[in-house]
Design a protein around this ligand. Structure first.
Ligand code: FES
Length: 140
């Protein structure tokens, strides 16, 4: 069995590869931008120097790329699912009606109401940031 890559941000279980991909796809050049998009660095903050190094290496000598518009399906697939612990939640995009995004959140095992609320808020924040600022997420 292959060894999983080491986590750069252990508080949120995020690897350098996932964070680098997100930064490149979204044109994120600062730790604040990367933290807002991924939650990396928003816990104990011990990984912040490593996040700075990662961004410095990624963008050294490169122009910031144009960011393509994202659909809710793109966002759920590329900017939300990779940052969920696959052992705890599965997300299925049901449909999108303008700003209303309906998602089925399937917990693996017992989850408290607060965990679902936290997940819904995380998903909604990503969609507000990347899709449209008035996005509302409903778990069905
Ligand atoms: S290791 Fe990243 S916030 Fe704690």
């Amino acid at each position: 069995m292959p060894t999983p890559p080491p986590k750069l941000c252990t508080c949120f279980g995020l690897s350098a590869a996932d964070l680098a991909r997100l930064a490149l796809e979204r044109g994120l050049t600062s730790v604040d931008e990367l933290s807002a998009a991924s939650t990396a660095g928003t816990g104990c903050r011990t990984c912040v120097p490593d996040l700075e190094k990662l961004l410095e290496q990624l963008w050294k000598g490169q122009p910031k790329p144009a960011v393509k518009p994202a659909t809710p399906a793109d966002i759920v697939r590329d900017a939300i699912r990779p940052f969920l612990n696959k052992a705890t939640w599965e997300l299925q995009l049901i449909d999108v009606l303008e700003a209303l995004v309906r998602i089925r959140a399937i917990p693996h095992g017992e989850k408290c109401r607060e965990a679902e609320d936290t997940l819904r808020q995380f998903v909604e924040n990503r969609l507000k940031e990347m899709y449209r600022p008035d996005a509302v997420v409903v778990f069905v």
